[in-house]
Design a protein around this ligand. Structure first.
Ligand code: PMP
Length: 369
């Protein structure tokens, strides 16, 4: 292989750990990835010399403000966006809810929001609930039998009236959606495209301009960053969904004017060390040795091939472009029992419905590995 996998593994303290007396084999990255040491050090460095951001003018406050805004610039750069289009969130779920809250006032009966059948609950339930509250129609875009988004069917469903389409790459099937094609269809119908990048950003370089999406959200902890931090790119002006200190211009007795983006989106003291850790994780990924994607694709191929040779194993979906993960079941065996057995061997996998019940129902299974 073209790069030194041992050196790369060495950057992650958790990968030297033992579990049940075995060397850890960590395959649960779609849920949460391990953290490189340099990220933990960046978080600690910030926490041990800190001041509140955008508030004080003493040295520590200014240093932290600078570190926080540098982190925003790193995120913007990673996505091909500008810093004033980036708000820090607590993760993808928070980002979806922020956009849904902000859009609530503009939706009315007759409007439509569409999500794909493969969405994680985080990119499904907030939109479903928003439609219930506003009287807008909630619509689910179907998949092909292989587990790809059915773009032809989507085209029909995205007739005028659609306000927003939410899509991503699947944390269950590993399907990578053709976001650019979906953006074209969504925009032709007059809607905006929200991309849940929680999985996608971990496996592909992202350029929001090339994808032509209107919103892009992701979580730090799936990229080796800290828990409780993520980012949201907004191409379109979005009113604030949270109110409080740090985001205002003038507070009068009965009215308030807000500061400029991105500060108007970030009420209260933000997760500064999380943002700095996230930026460090993105830099770490930017500097991964060349060939990491081939290595990762090779592992997935090997897994798919090996599992495919086992008689009682059913691999879910055969998408045109699968990346990062796959799911399977074993006839006659519970995914939970299998996960416990694998754990005894030091192998961490995810078992359950993966927060994607609408997809699993369609696949005719309740749980997978
Ligand atoms: N979307 C997808 C596709 C995911 O895989 C996940 C996490 N499993 C989420 C959204 C939610 O991310 P978080 O829990 O970090 O908010």
């Amino acid at each position: 292989m073209s790069f030194d996998i041992a050196a790369l593994r060495g950057a992650y303290p958790a990968l030297a750990e033992q579990v049940h007396g075995r060397s850890l084999i960590y395959l649960d990255n779609a849920a949460t990835a391990q953290m490189p040491l340099c990220v933990a050090q960046a978080v600690q460095g910030l926490e041990l010399r800190r001041g509140n951001v955008h508030r004080g003018i003493h040295a520590l406050s200014e240093e932290c403000t600078q570190a926080y805004e540098d982190a925003r610039a790193t995120v913007a750069n990673f996505l091909g966006a500008s810093p004033d289009q980036i708000q820090f969130t607590s993760g993808t779920t928070d980002a979806v809810n922020r956009v849904a809250d902000a859009l609530a006032a503009t939706l009315k009966p007759g409007d439509r929001i569409a999500v794909t059948r493969m969405e994680h609950h985080s990119n499904f339930v907030p939109w479903q609930q928003l439609c219930q509250k506003t009287g807008a129609e909630f619509c689910i875009l179907p998949l092909t039998p292989q587990g790809d988004l059915d773009l032809e069917a989507a085209q029909e469903l995205l007739s005028p009236g659609v306000k927003l389409v939410a899509a991503h790459s699947s944390n269950v099937l590993g399907t990578v959606n053709d976001i650019h094609a979906l953006a074209r269809l969504t925009h032709a119908a007059g809607g905006a495209l929200f991309v849940d990048g929680a999985q996608g950003i971990c496996h592909e370089p992202v350029d929001v301009a090339a994808l032509d999406c209107d919103y892009y959200a992701f979580s730090g902890h799936k990229l080796g960053g800290p828990f409780g931090i993520g980012a949201l790119f907004c191409r379109l002006p979005l009113p604030p969904a949270r109110y409080g200190g740090g985001m205002v211009d003038q507070v009068l007795d009965l009215t308030t004017t807000f500061g400029p983006a991105p500060l108007m989106w970030e009420a209260g003291t933000p997760n500064v060390s999380g943002a700095v850790g996230l930026a460090r994780a993105l830099e770490f990924r930017r500097n991964l040795p060349e060939g990491w994607q081939d290595w990762e694709d090779g592992l997935l191929e090997r897994l798919e091939q090996g599992l495919g040779e086992l008689e009682r194993v059913r691999i879910l979906g055969r998408p045109r472009h699968r990346s990062g993960c796959l799911s399977f079941t074993v006839e006659g065996a519970s995914p939970f029992d299998l996960a416990v057995l694998l754990d005894q061997l030091g192998i961490a996998v995810r078992s359950g419905h993966h927060c994607a019940q609408p997809l699993l129902r369609w696949l005719g299974v309740e749980y997978t590995l």
